[in-house]
Design a protein. Sequence first.
Length: 74
Amino acid sequence: MIAKQNNVGLIDMFKGMGGVNDWHTKFPGDCSPTNWNRWAPCQYWCDKQSCDQCHLDDYGYHHFATVVQAGLGL
């Protein structure tokens, strides 16, 4: 509503970071590197140090920035 009222677009970060509506049928219970082939977005959150599916790793931050850049049309 805020974007519409201010006549600006939105950047769909949910979709850009691999989110899907039926995530409960697609998302693996374990997002460790062994499941990266099953769910590629796991690479955005899981590295050798942590895998909490909440905090991005370096690859995830890079991908996040590219989604924002594309959304801004840069």
